[in-house]
Design a binder for this molecule. Sequence first.
Ligand code: ADP
Length: 486
Amino acid sequence: MTAEIRFSVESLHKELYIGGAWRPASDRSTLEVLDPATEQPIARVSDASVEDGLAAVAAAQQAQPGWAARPPRERGEVLRRAFELMVLHKEALARLITLENGKALAESRAEVAYAAEFLRWFSEEAVRIQGEISTAPSGSNRIVVIKQPVGVALFVTPWNFPAAMATRKIGPALAAGCAVVLKPAKETPLTALAMAEIFEEAGVPGGVVNVLPSRRSSQLIGALLKDTRIRKLSFTGSTETGRILLEQAARNIVKCSMELGGNAPFIVFDDADLEVAVASAMVAKMRNGGQSCTAANRFYAQRGVAAEFAKRFAGAMREIKMGHGLEDGVQLGPLINAEARSKVSQLVEQAQGGGAKLMAGGKAPNGRGFFYEPTVLFDVAPDMQVMKQEIFGPVAPIAIFDTEDEAIALANSTDLGLVSFVHTSDIGRGLRACERIEAGMVGLNRGLVSDPAAPFGGWKQSGIGREGAHEGMLEYLETKYIAANW
Ligand code: ADP
């Protein structure tokens, strides 16, 4: 097969990938995948039952010791091959992402590159699993500390980055010597199935990666979290669902990594370079059409530059070309579904009702597809819902502040703490703000923080644990201490 027809919707395997084989759901159930830009079905894939889930756990448990016993260099080389295959098939994978998720093709290409980079990064990390050795303070023995794979890991991923959220978990797990069961979001199973094909072709042994699309996620994941063979849960999604899964994981004391919701503040101080601030606001707000947990959710602009910042930002937002993500030049696709769009439009109406000034967009266009216009609201009261809830859409509410202390207090006035953005030309003020902000990540004069080589994760109710960087490996490794005499 040529690179072009690989990973088309038609050529893709659409069954469950369990133990290195493709098979239908035990009860033959299927689920429909829609193109959110046309609201039309594009494919049907198998819909995993609890029985299928248990079969995948059994396959993973059987395969895991053999995989862990492979030399780290070999595990790394398999991951490296998977990286190369993703790069080779970048265009086809990007089209698949656009079809089921709706994002513009340029964004899908960027996601494939980002997703592949996790595999390259962790292919390099596979050979850097290190322990420690010391002499006990009493001198009586040695303290030897080694790191070993945690075992079978269960992954639950969202629809907003269908490739990257999978590789960000599978990369470190495989590098560490774990076997995995992945349940992608029901909205975007095709990319996950394509990833299964990539891992298979890269030489991942059967059972080490299992992929189970399912629309019965609460039933399926609930049952799997009762199974003591699952030793690790990594979830990316909403804080509400994360809370449910943490409760379920508590029964068997399963180790958890949680990447949950965000409510990122974007602060623009009077001394900021406004050209840089607007360019970075566009990235921080509009990456993935605002459907990202790292999206700038609340803009705080200092009084001296607030009106000018809002004017320039609104101008840039009005320039965005919206349409089907596969069309030339399109920068913004639809939201994922009707529910997401009605939530966004309610938040905008409420803010306008509360006195916010509409500077761009503000409505859903007529016709098919879950589109919503790039929208800027100015002079929004900080207690409006649009400043408090995760918008998950192309809407930027801007509030005005006066002092540095006020900006920090506003930024921290939330139970979430994933990422924050700060714009200033004063390096002292910038670093001071970075230190005072309660978040796992800060973008300083920059609208994009995500990087496979950096520790991604949140404070407060935005999550537990880190993904990416060397820290991302540690989530899949258990520590063993050996008290040794020799
Ligand atoms: P989103 O709003 O992004 O869809 P969710 O947290 O609802 O965020 O979904 C993220 C992932 O969690 C998806 O794979 C979804 O199918 C799954 N999910 C949602 N609810 C549950 C649940 N109760 N138990 C297990 N998985 C769930």
